[in-house]
Design a protein. Structure first.
Length: 94
């Protein structure tokens, strides 16, 4: 199966573990609709929520990340989903 990059964590945001994600989704907040995503190493991340921050980024909350330091460690991590899940989600969002 083919993995599709949904975005990249580019910065921590605030003291409670939120992250800024540079998204490749049509609407930045749509990234949270994918729920569980993976990085290039296969680590899973559950996106609990996201809100638009700029025209191509969102502020997101990831399950298990609750501090600035934890969020900072994720900088540079690219987030992926399977191509088939991307297609199903696209249908659901529209």
């Amino acid at each position: 199966m083919t993995a599709v990059c949904l975005g990249k964590i580019i910065a921590p945001y605030g003291a409670k573990g939120h992250v800024e994600i540079e998204t490749r989704t049509e609407h930045p907040s749509d990234i949270a609709a994918f729920g569980v995503v993976k990085d290039a190493k296969g680590n899973k991340y559950t996106l609990l929520s996201a809100r638009m921050y700029s025209f191509n980024s969102a502020i997101a909350l990831i399950q298990g990340i609750s501090s600035f330091e934890q969020a900072q460690e994720l900088c540079g991590v690219e987030l992926f989903t399977e191509h088939t899940l991307l297609m199903l989600q696209a249908i659901r969002l529209h």
